[in-house]
Each structure stands twice: as structure tokens, then as C-alpha cells.
Write a protein that binds this ligand. Structure first.
Ligand code: PEP
Ligand code: MN
Length: 342
């Protein structure tokens, strides 16, 4: 249930509602960044009687929430959530393009690609430090060393850094080093990690699990938000289907459905979605045309020798070409893309 306060409700009216919720043994969650104050009740095992709140001072209405996910739902917050990182935003009118290699492979590699991307006007760089690999014999990432290189790129270029965190034990370290924490598809239902990510003060990019439904993705986001971190960016990265010509099946249906169900921003990962570099541009355009708030794209200066996901990585020149097309497309969908290319 959400208790909606009148616009002229006082601070003490709000406090009284919260106290009543706590006295009933439930949790009171004030949803931030909304025009009207809404207090969402969680922790109740059965419906709460709205009459308990309706005659309290400052209360406008008390509405039950029909969905199993509550805090991430549009029912509790109509406005889109916009995540601000310095001067940059994810979820606003400006498209958020996150680009970079699958893995940080060396200092030289990440600085070189970082400078190329920054020269294009890219504001968010990705690069894996801790890599979740299917085989234990594959490259596992440079770990702490990679974090230092990523911080150096941020220092040199001002780009915000997105990197994956694989487990609870490295969460604090990674959160301290970078700007956005990525929780990967394989960890989408690592509930201990989701809960821990709820108590950090950095935005979380949460990727859809390999076989997860949209509802499971939203419930995973609910774990993070219900633990106190409202800055979650959802990511559609393709799901496993019977199709074998592509690495995954990019579920673009998820964009309008998530936009209807949730106020959180959604970005699309066409690189993992299709798994073939030659298809990345088409899927990027399709995602933006479909209403995505941004893209996360793998770009590598020498994909043939990449230590992970080279086959789906774009060379900088091709990525540049894609950005030029995306800038034109952005206008059509009433968005913008600020890049340094002519
Ligand atoms: C990645 O972004 O490199 C990655 C491992 O993604 P996912 O978790 O979507 O497979
Ligand atoms: Mn990858």
C-alpha cells in the first residue's frame, strides 16, 4: 500500500504516518524525488486496511499496490527516475551511452580506448575488472589492478566508470573505486549481493538474468531499492531462447513493458544481446527507437586479440559511425545525443 500525503501536509504529519506504519510492525519507505510525498508500506504479509490512515492529518489517500514489486513500480512514482552523476544523467532526455571493452586487459589498452572514447564525447566508460566467465580457465580479469587503471582513465578524461562487481566481498572496494556498479546477468538473483548493493551510495546497473522474466528483473531491482538504494538502472542484455544463430535473443519487448511497469531507467546491451559485432548497430538503433534510455556497448581497439567478447566488440571507427546515426535517430524519438563528432 502507498499512503499519499496532501501537498500541504506538514513534516510532523508525515512522521506520524511513518510511526503508525512502524508501530504496526511494517516498514515505511518514503519514495524520493516525487512531487507528492508517498509512503510505501512493505513487510506486510496481508493487505493493510486503508482506514487506518485515511483520517490522519495530512493524508490524501491510501491505495493498495497491485504488483509484487512496489518501490520500483510506476504505481508509487509516476515520474521517471533520473540518475545524476556529476553533470551527466541516465534516464533524462539525453541518451546515456556507456562504451568500452568487455575487460580491462592492460593499462595501455584501457587508457588508449578511454582516450578514443572520450574524444568522441562519450561520458560513461565500461570495462570489466572482475569477470564472471563460463570457464574457470578463461581470463578472469585483472581485478584490483584493473580498478586502478579505470580510476586513471577517469582522472585523465572525466568519464564516469561502470564496472561489474562479482561478489559481496569485493563490493565495497569496487564501489569506492568506480561511479556505477554493474551487477551482471549471472548474479541477478544473488540476493545477498542485491541486498548489499542496496546499502551503497553508488548507482547500480542491474542486468537481466540469462533466463529471467521481466518480473524477476523488477523483483531483483526491488531488493536493491528496498534496502535503501533508489539509484538502479535496469539493463536488457538478451535472454536465452531456442535460437542458436545469435548468442542471446535481445528482448526489445522489455523496453515498453518496463517503461509501463517501472519508473527506473532502462538501457540496452546490444553487444551481449546479439553477440555478433555486425549486428550491434542494428540492435542499438532498434533499442533507441524502442524507447531505451541508453546503451551499453562493447568497443575494443583490436577485437581480434581481445581477451573476452572480441567477436561482439565494435572497432572505434565503426562505433563512431554508429554514434552519428544514433544522434540523428535521437531527434526522431525526442531525445538528444551530445557527442563531439561531425
Ligand atoms: C559484461 O557486461 O561483460 C557481461 C559479463 O555481461 P552479462 O552479465 O550481461 O553477461
Ligand atoms: Mn562482455
Amino acid at each position: 500500500m502507498i499512503v499519499i500525503m496532501k501537498t500541504d501536509a506538514t513534516k510532523s504529519d508525515v512522521e506520524a504516518v511513518k510511526e503508525k506504519i512502524c508501530a504496526l510492525g511494517f516498514k515505511a519507505n518514503e519514495v524520493p524525488g516525487v512531487n507528492r510525498i508517498g509512503i510505501v508500506i512493505t513487510g506486510n504479509k496481508s493487505p493493510v486496511n486503508p482506514e487506518l490512515f485515511l483520517n490522519m492529518s495530512g493524508v490524501l489517500e491510501a491505495i493498495s499496490i497491485s504488483k509484487p514489486f512496489k518501490l520500483v513500480s510506476r504505481e508509487v512514482k509516476q515520474e521517471n527516475t533520473i540518475i545524476k552523476l556529476g553533470n551527466h544523467m541516465i534516464g533524462g532526455k539525453e541518451l546515456a551511452i556507456i562504451a568500452g571493452p568487455c575487460s580491462v586487459e592492460s593499462r595501455e589498452q584501457i587508457i588508449e580506448i578511454g582516450e578514443i572514447l572520450s574524444s568522441f564525447g562519450i561520458k560513461f566508460m565500461r570495462g570489466g575488472a572482475y569477470k564472471p566467465r563460463t570457464s574457470p580457465y578463461s581470463f578472469q580479469g585483472l581485478k584490483e589492478e584493473a580498478l586502478l587503471y579505470l580510476m586513471e582513465v577517469r582522472e585523465r578524461t572525466g568519464m564516469k566508470i561502470v564496472t561489474e562487481v562479482k561478489d559481496v566481498s569485493t563490493l565495497q572496494l569496487v564501489a569506492k573505486a568506480v561511479d556505477v556498479i554493474q551487477i551482471g546477468a549471472r548474479n541477478m538473483q544473488n540476493f545477498a549481493l542485491l541486498e548489499a548493493a542496496g546499502s551503497i551510495k553508488k548507482p547500480v546497473l542491474l542486468k537481466r538474468g540469462i533466463s529471467a522474466t521481466i518480473e524477476e528483473l523488477l523483483m531483483a531491482a526491488e531488493y536493491i531499492v528496498s534496502n535503501g538504494n533508489y539509484e538502479v538502472i535496469l539493463c536488457e542484455r538478451g535472454i536465452r531462447t531456442f535460437e542458436t544463430y545469435t548468442r542471446n535473443t535481445l528482448d526489445l519487448n522489455a523496453i515498453p513493458i518496463i517503461k509501463r511497469l517501472s519508473h527506473l531507467p532502462i538501457v540496452v546491451d546490444p553487444s551481449h544481446g546479439i553477440g555478433i559485432w555486425d549486428g550491434v548497430a542494428s540492435m542499438s538503433m532498434a533499442a533507441i527507437a524502442g524507447g531505451a534510455d541508453g546503451l551499453i556497448i562493447e568497443v575494443h581497439q583490436n577485437p581480434e586479440s581481445a581477451l573476452s567478447d572480441g567477436y561482439q566488440s565494435l572497432k572505434p571507427e565503426r562505433f563512431k559511425h554508429l554514434l552519428l546515426k544514433l544522434r540523428k535517430l535521437a531527434e526522431v524519438v525526442d531525445r538528444s545525443l551530445n557527442i563531439n563528432l561531425d
